[in-house]
Design a protein around this ligand. Structure first.
Ligand SMILES: *Cc1c(COP(=O)(O)O)cnc(C)c1O
Length: 371
């Protein structure tokens, strides 16, 4: 079946470029664990993994075991670290697919070890330490007892130790400094007792860009690989390129007389004669409904505002000021057209979202095309 004219265009060359920028920000012997969870932030995990491995990336990070399993089944052979950990019903699948879990609780480690032993396998793990995110990791006082216990689990070995920042993207680094100190103290204690995990890592994209003291010997960038910024304050600071464009086309144009209504709820009433264009994209595709009456898209190099509520499958635009507009005209939702650009950060900000969220919301029914 031929597709409707709504699609996300992903530029492989820009992902390569962005990976290069990550490499430029770190010493040559520092490893990159490329974060491709949530279908590579909507960019397509398998495609992105393929691009990155062609530029020498040897480690990938996903959130859940099933994401890792899917990549394995698609033929990705590089190391895959499951950042969110492994749940008790997934241990066999994890071992079968040769995934590397992050661990932070003893019951899981014990069960994993027992199963690995039974399957005659050895599993590398990364231990997660909570330095102030209050989420998954071991609290500081739990770390040494945890390592003591792991010593006795012969089919597990600790390949990495990691932590995660709460607000390192902010200007004020007081809390990040505290987290970093906490992590370094923990590493010292662990090293002092003879445990020397090969990888030490704490760096998301913001840390790669703005906080080199926390790079250790591996970094875990996600969003910057896709050419978006973790925080608008980094604008102009790093030369990364937006890898994804979201596009559609005008499918219908109508001239409405004064007083006419557009979309559900009659929130848009034409104050004068108004030209309305309809595009086949709506909140069912991940275009935020909160952009009703507020978002902008590009047509013929100009901005057109969303008229009325965004529908599930369709959105209407006030195109009264766009000269020569015609059915079939390209509409850029995220991306560049002529001199104008709408970044994922811009669109997200209008919606009170972050670019991460906007990317993840681009739904399955939007076709991804790769160039
Ligand atoms: C998602 C994630 C990252 C990547 O963060 P970005 O801000 O996208 O660079 C790194 N580490 C962990 C543990 C994550 O969950």
């Amino acid at each position: 079946m031929e597709k409707r004219p709504t699609f996300a265009l992903v530029n492989r060359e820009y992902i390569r470029h962005n990976f290069g920028k990550v490499k430029e920000s770190i010493p040559p012997d520092t490893e990159v664990l490329a974060v491709i969870k949530a279908n590579a932030y909507g960019h397509g995990a398998f495609e992105v993994a393929n691009v990155l491995r062609s530029c020498g990336c040897r480690m990938f990070g996903v959130a859940f075991c099933e994401e890792g399993a899917e990549l394995r089944s698609a033929g990705i052979r590089e190391d895959i670290v499951v950042l969110g950990g492994v749940y008790s019903n997934q241990l066999k699948g994890l071992i079968d697919h040769d995934l590397t879990p992050v661990v932070y609780d003893l019951d899981t480690a014990v069960s994993l070890n027992a199963l690995a032993k039974k399957m005659d396998r050895h599993v590398g793990v990364h231990v997660k330490v909570d330095t102030g995110m209050g989420r998954l990791g071991l609290l500081r006082h739990e770390v040494v007892p945890f390592f003591e216990k792991l010593k006795h689990l012969g089919n597990i070995s600790v390949e990495g130790i990691m932590s995660h920042f709460s607000d390192v993207d902010e200007e004020d680094k007081a809390y990040a400094d505290k987290q970093l100190k906490d992590f370094m103290d923990t590493i010292d204690i662990i090293n002092g007792r003879g445990w020397k995990p090969r990888f030490v890592h704490m760096s998301n994209s913001a840390t790669v860009i703005d906080y080199p003291q926390a790079h250790f010997n591996m970094v875990r960038p996600g969003i910057m690989l896709y050419g978006a910024l973790p925080n608008p304050r980094f604008y102009g600071r790093v030369d990364i390129r937006p890898a994804l464009e979201l596009k559609t086309r005008v499918v219908r144009i109508k001239r409405l007389c004064e007083g006419s209504v557009v979309s559900y709820g009659r929130s848009f009433v034409a104050g004068k004669e108004t030209l309305i264009a309809t595009v086949p994209l709506g909140y069912g595709d991940g275009y935020p409904r909160s952009l009703s009456g507020k978002g902008e898209m590009l047509i013929r190099g100009k901005r057109a505002r969303v008229a009325g509520y965004v529908c599930m499958d369709l959105t209407m635009l006030d195109v009264s000021s766009i000269e020569g507009i015609a059915v079939g005209d390209e509409v850029v939702v995220i991306g560049r057209q002529g001199e104008e650009e709408l970044t994922a950060g811009d669109v997200a900000a209008w919606a009170g979202m972050i670019p991460y969220e906007l990317f993840c919301n681009i739904s399955q029914r939007v076709e991804r095309l790769y160039i």
